[in-house]
Design a protein around this ligand. Sequence first.
Ligand code: SF4
Length: 344
Amino acid sequence: MTGAATGDGPALLKVTGLKTHFPIRKGVLAHVTGQVYAVDGVSFEIRRGETFGLVGESGCGKTTVGKTVLRLIEPTAGSIEFEGRDITRIAKEEMRRLRQRMQIIYQDPYSSLNPRMKAADIVGEPLKVHKIVSGGALRERVEALFERVGLRPEQLDNYPHQFSGGQRQRIGIARALALSPSLIVGDEPVSALDVSIQAQVINLLMDLQEDYELSYLFIAHDLAVVEHISQRIGVMYLGRIVELTDKRTLFSNPLHPYSEALLSAVPIPDPGVTREGRVILTGDVPSPINPPEGCHFHARCPYATERCRMESPSLKEVEPDHWVSCHLHEGNVADATELRPERT
Ligand code: SF4
């Protein structure tokens, strides 16, 4: 299976050939005049206790993958298996119950928290809605969650604007944890925070993962952010995963030219060390309304050939657990590396 999780235990989440297309409607009769190919055939697995990082520039479809996995957006095709069960087409009511086990943390902690609700009510809301606890027990549970994410119980009755950005994200994490989920989708959960606060929140997420055997689908545009927390990483470009492997392999031996470019933009902590052969990406991600023929990356790729403009590469396992979608890497990796032309 493409992007299969390796290591112990069965996959908690298995996504196969996922497509999410949005119709473009025009005119009074709202005729469909085209499609936005936001997610166009994505497959990966996440096992229990694992973090799978999904990276790519904005507009590549990674957030849509996260929301489709939770069925907050309906998939167009493909399948989503969660805890061994196909949830792709189960009824909304059943999905609502199941969603207790699948939570999301959003990018902007401020806009995702109701400014008119006290922090205690925000964190306790899912427990109330799902009728899990009430009254004094609810307050106690919320207090415990507050402390677990590093907030003080005295802050329970404060409103979101009385917290810092990092603290607001901790409230979002406490709310996501309230229903004891097994999977949390983090949609750019630290991107809006200062770098020093980012590290604190990532460390908190890692501690919680260890305590509760949580699995994360961690979505970010920045490889440096997913590096610390992820075991495996999928690199997305224009609705598709173009490279998928474990973190160490991706950082030491990126094979897709797009991964190479993303990676060469990651700063090296040691000021005395520079990255050789830095790849600067030019241009923007093309529109998912009208994706280019052939390889979607060809207009920005320093290695593009005529074949790349005509023929779309498929995602292939070029070495154990290392999947790449590029004509330069088909079959034997050593041969493909030799085939790589000099960058111009
Ligand atoms: Fe570049 Fe061609 Fe590989 Fe696409 S298939 S990434 S254009 S070399």
